[in-house]
Design a protein around this ligand. Structure first.
Ligand code: HEM
Length: 199
């Protein structure tokens, strides 16, 4: 298998893996299998997949270092855009299904509930990354593109804090996410300091 074919196979697998949770959700909505609080399940499912995919995107640099191959880096854009898609759907589900586009209530929610405030900040920070995700933008911005995309190192901790603040009792899952974020960001700091290699 040539490296181009292998990349295509991995990208196809990523598409299938990323579509699967949406199909699962669509099927459960269609067959009315989401339990007593379907709205909560929809919002949570989309948010959790958004955060998971952000973490998978962050795994690509260590994977490139470990494998000494370039294909993980070539997957970053696809994974990043999928995580953005999930987070957009998560956000729209909140605006629509939870708040019925009542902008006054949404404004109050942003001010009153800290987990919504940090979620909003994370979404706002994600926007410029999604807008500049095209190859043309990457070429146009040059070095500044890399600097701008370091915003992901702020977005992921904000998303994790959002998750931690919203759970009332069972903090195990957000803490596992926080541990993974710490390891992935810590890896980058050590790598920059010791190896002097850009990420
Ligand atoms: C980068 C941005 C964001 C990420 C990564 C994210 C991630 C998450 C995660 C992981 C959960 C919990 C899922 C679970 O319990 O399994 C969640 C729940 C939730 N998120 Fe977000 N989120 C983001 C932005 C937002 C924004 C902007 C809003 C609304 C303004 C929002 C509203 C909510 C709500 C209402 C819940 C459910 C709370 C509940 O069930 O009580 N999120 N989000």
């Amino acid at each position: 298998m040539s490296s181009r074919q292998r990349l295509l196979a991995i990208k196809t697998a990523i598409w299938l893996c990323c579509i699967a949770p949406l199909v699962w959700l669509g099927w459960h909505v269609f067959t009315n299998q989401l339990g007593a609080n379907p709205l909560e399940v929809v919002i949570r499912h989309l948010g959790e997949w958004g955060l998971q995919l952000l973490l998978v995107t962050l795994c690509m640099t260590p994977l490139r270092d470990l494998s000494n191959e370039s294909w993980p880096i070539q997957l970053r854009r696809l994974l990043g855009l999928w995580s953005f898609a999930y987070i957009c759907l998560h956000f729209v589900a909140y605006l629509w299904l939870d708040q019925f586009f009542d902008w006054t209530e949404i404004g109050k929610d942003i001010v009153k509930r800290p987990f919504i405030t940090v979620g909003m900040l994370a979404v706002l920070a994600l926007l410029p990354l999604a807008i500049t995700s095209t190859r043309a933008m990457q070429r146009r911005l040059g070095r500044r593109w890399k600097q701008l995309h370091r915003l992901v190192y702020v977005i992921v901790p904000l998303g994790t804090l959002h998750f931690y603040w919203l759970v009332k009792a069972d903090t195990l899952r957000p803490l596992i996410f926080a541990l993974c974020v710490g390891l992935l960001l810590g890896y980058r700091i050590v790598r920059r300091r010791l190896l002097q290699r850009p990420s």
